[in-house]
Structure formats: structure tokens, C-alpha cells
Design a protein around this ligand. Sequence first.
Ligand code: SPD
Length: 280
Amino acid sequence: MGLWYTEKHRLGFGITYKIKRTLADEQTEFQKLELVDTEAFGRMLLLDGLVMTTVFDEFIYHEMITHPPLCTHPNPRRVLVIGGGDGGTVREVLRHPSVESVELCEIDRRVVEVCREYLPETSCGLSDPRVSIVYADGIEYVKNAEAKYDCIIVDSTDPIGPAVGLFSLDFYKSIYRALTDDGVFSAQTESPLAEPDFVRKVTHEIGSVFPVCGLYTAAIQTYPGALWSFTIGSKRCHPVNDAREVPELKGCRHYHYGLHRAMFDAVPKFARELLPDSFV
Ligand code: SPD
């Protein structure tokens, strides 16, 4: 029958994968890190037992957390990615010709090292000369920045343990301060289907800090709830009316300009009802 792994959700369900091989399994300074090869989804990174990314569907998540904020900003040059040590978000940021520098602030050096070794398709952008990697706590790092970044992307783990602070009101205020006048931020904000109360809480907090906000979703088979949400907070630019079509994104497999323009309207009703009225 072979080896199977189940990611168990606190609400009493799980998602099960057949494992072909374990490539890395260690306790880092911050978390349990596993890199396994699965039969259905290829290589998969797990942190503290939760699926973070798989070769099969990572493009959906990484394109959707990255291109909406960068296409909303008129000319993103300096970008900060918090978390995201697998490099998938950085790879997507680098598609934008306007980008001059990308800082990746990842708390756990081992995530970067293991992904560089076993997930080359995802981590390939990390060696680009425009990228610098800082190993630090994103909460502290962003506190020390003022009007420095055009876009900030929070590619965090789930709101458990050290990542809890990445979903807090104080953190969103620090992000606001760290952005330039046209600044735009995006974050993964969990599943409105599996975690509706959580989505309600974070969107109201983001909405209390940023004047222009919106939520959109994508289907990600390997995340609990499958329907996953992302939230944009913007200081000035409107994520639909100001959205730019970037020709260099033609190579994307999920994101496209038509999707961008439609996705804020296409939020399912039950999810829309969780959001502040002010959301686009
Ligand atoms: N439940 C999984 C949520 C994972 C969000 N972050 C993934 C990091 C991929 N770069």
C-alpha cells in the first residue's frame, strides 16, 4: 500500500497524499520542515505538517499573490516579499520589467536552502542579481522601513505559531508605513470556505488600515478548503480601474489581465458577505 501522509485540519477533515520518497525531514530552529515527493503532485514542501507548495499547483498561488498587486501599482520598482522562502513569489515578481530590486525576508534559512536544492523550478529566481535575501522576522523587519517599497507581498504560512503576527493589525499598520505613496500590498488570507471567521477578521483589519482594498480567490487543490483567498490593500490605486496589462505576463499559466479585471466581482456570495462593504 505504500506510505501515505494526511494533512489534518482542525475542523475534522484531512487531505491525503501518497508519498514516493522523503527528500528532507528536519527540525529547523523555527519549525519542522519536510520535502517529499508525492505520486499525484510531485515534490511538496511541508512546514509543521502543513502543505506549503507543490510542483503541480504552485503556479496558481504564486501568480495570484504576485501579479494583482504589481499590476495595480503604476510602476513597481522596489518590492519586498515577506516569507516565501521557496522562491515562487520572487520568481513571479521578476517577470515585471519595471522591478529593480526584490528583497526576500524569510525567517528560516533552511527553507531557502532546502528549496534551492529540491525545488529548482520554484526557487530559480533567488539567484537573480536583483534579489537580496534577508534572514529575519518579517514583523521586526518591516517595522524599521518607512516609505521604502512600492509593493509588499506577504507570502506567509498559516496563522499558527510564529506566523500569527503576520495577520495582525499592528503588522498591517507597519506595512502601510513601509510603502511609498502609491504602495500596494497583498497577502494570502486563507480559505473563506474552511476559515470564514478568520477571513472576516483579517479583511476587516486590512480594511481599517488601507483606503482601497479587495479580495479575490483561486482554487488550490492542495490547500484545505481549496477555494483560497488573497487580499490587496492599496494606498491610492484601484485594483480594477488602475490595473495595467503587462505584456511580459503572457507566459503565466493562471493569471491573465481578463481574470484580473473580473476576479474582484467574481467572489462567491458567501465569501463576499464576510468582507467590509468598502471592499471593491
Ligand atoms: N495552507 C497553506 C497555506 C500556505 C500559504 N503559503 C504558502 C507559501 C508558498 N510560497
